[in-house]
Ligand binder design. Structure first.
Ligand code: NAP
Length: 150
């Protein structure tokens, strides 16, 4: 893989939870300098709380060893518990120039939300099959086999 222009976006649903704080963010911190990540990582934290980039980082920074993720994390308020909760995610990614990056969607929510999340990724065309690469993962299983909207 050519890592020079490799841009990776990790979108985390359930970004305010224990799994994100205890495992996901520390794991991403630890691989930040890995050539496969390529130094161009953006973490999109999706949560229902009224936070912004700065207050989200403050909330989670106690889980991190360094400040290396500080300018890599952006927060979007979106409620995955609502049927249309992710309707603004595509525009958010596009406004930040992330729509053409490799995207990993990670479900760090209770499993009861996996269906509504994957359905919305399909409905809002956030996981188009002609994208460079899109994956959907969760703490329970790899659920990347998503319905095709092509
Ligand atoms: N913690 C671990 O180390 C670990 C390890 C392996 C697997 N898991 C699995 O990972 C999943 C998450 O575990 P966790 O420990 O991180 O749980 P948690 O601390 O309760 O966090 C759950 C996340 O989901 C969000 N959420 C919960 N109910 C919601 C609702 N009705 N609407 C919108 N968002 C909602 C929470 O948002 P709010 O903060 O706004 O409530 C939070 O961000 C679980 O399925 C668990 O079995 C966890």
């Amino acid at each position: 893989m050519n890592t020079q222009n490799h841009r990776l976006t990790v979108v985390i649903f359930g970004s305010t939870g224990n799994l994100t704080g205890d495992k996901l963010l520390p794991a991403l911190e630890s691989i930040l300098n890995d050539p496969l990540v390529g130094g161009d990582l953006t973490i999109v934290a999706v949560g229902r709380r009224d936070l912004d980039d700065s207050s989200y980082y403050d909330l989670m920074s106690g889980h991190l060893k360094t400040e290396s993720l500080k300018d890599k994390i952006i927060y979007i308020k979106a409620d995955v518990g609502q049927p249309d909760g992710l309707s603004g995610l595509g525009r958010f990614l596009s406004e930040r120039g992330l729509e053409d990056t490799e995207i990993i969607y990670y479900c760090a929510t209770p499993p009861s939300f996996f269906e509504t999340i994957s359905r919305q990724l399909y409905e809002y065309k956030l996981a188009e099959t002609d994208r460079k690469s899109t994956r959907l993962n969760s703490s329970h299983t790899d659920i990347s086999r998503m319905p095709s909207s092509a």
